[in-house]
Ligand binder design. Structure first.
Ligand code: NAD
Length: 126
């Protein structure tokens, strides 16, 4: 039977294990990193997570988003999702146990004009 608890005797950091009921999300001690959290979808997600009692750290390069869109209750790190060193440091520093990824170049017109730029930015290895 699936469980949201880490296996006993393990020294590993707790894993997010989903259950059919999605119980993992009831553990409010989880710290969530929202990449692209200064954008339209990400900033609303951050507010929802904070309201629900989660610790949240926003990781965003502010290329399209806005620092003011990040509510003061959330921590903020300015960084690019392609900067794996800073991203890893951030995930470790804030002990993140979940990541929500919204960083992208999402404008349709831009993707038609410059598809390769969009592809590089959106799909580059985080
Ligand atoms: N807005 C919508 O209605 C909608 C609907 C469905 C899906 N989506 C998807 O949701 C995601 C977010 O869309 P959005 O509307 O919030 O876009 P947005 O432009 O408002 O937000 C994207 C955020 O990502 C950041 N970002 C971009 N490149 C980055 C990089 N390399 N490193 C770090 N941060 C970076 C930007 O600064 C911005 O804050 C996209 O994948 C989009 O396709 C959006």
């Amino acid at each position: 039977m699936p469980s949201s608890e880490p296996e006993s005797g393990s020294n590993d950091e707790p894993e997010i294990q989903s259950t059919s009921e999605g119980r993992a999300w009831e553990d409010k001690s989880m710290s969530v990193c929202v990449i692209g959290g200064a954008g339209y979808i990400g900033s609303v997600t951050v507010e929802t997570l904070v309201s629900a009692g989660y610790e949240v750290v926003v990781y965003d390069n502010l290329s399209r988003g806005h620092r003011k869109a990040v509510i003061p209750e959330a921590r903020f790190v300015k960084g690019d999702h392609g900067d794996s060193t800073l991203l890893e440091e951030t995930l470790r520093r804030y002990d993140c146990t979940a990541v929500m990824h919204f960083s992208a170049l999402s404008l349709v017109a831009e993707s038609v004009e410059n598809p390769f730029c969009i592809t590089r930015t959106t799909w580059q290895k985080p």
